[in-house]
Design a protein around this ligand. Sequence first.
Ligand code: CO
Length: 163
Amino acid sequence: MRLPIVIYGEQILRTKCSDIDKDYPDLSDLIKDMTETMFASNGIGLAAPQIDLPIRLFIIGSNQIKMPVQVFINPEIISYSEETCDMAEGCLSIPGLNEIVTRSETITIRYKNVNFEDVTETYNGLYARVIQHEYDHIEGKLYVDYIKQTEEIISHLEKLKNK
Ligand code: CO
């Protein structure tokens, strides 16, 4: 089932989300719905607060760029490289904007997979970027927090907020 996506201005996008446990109701259905929603919206990542759930869960993946779907539960990024890179980002919750963001080139993340097994993994490049973007969502942060607040950007965000 395709889920509605929360748009900029809603408080849930500014909420630090909470861990879940194994017994979280209908978790596999939720992940299935999030995957369907991400694909249908042509996103390459989707975090739970974007579908109105304040929980520490996000997915990444895209058929178009052959990025397999991966689920991150209760994640913690445990290291960010000093080396950074710049790339344009968009966000399904902030339609109509694509802006360059500077982020760490490499990150190490600890999380639980769909079987609630502990995993620690290091990612770089596009994977590291998408993971940092989605991780920010569950921390209540958005990529526009990192960019220069020009008049154009401020007015675009105001319009989204007032819709
Ligand atoms: Co986003």
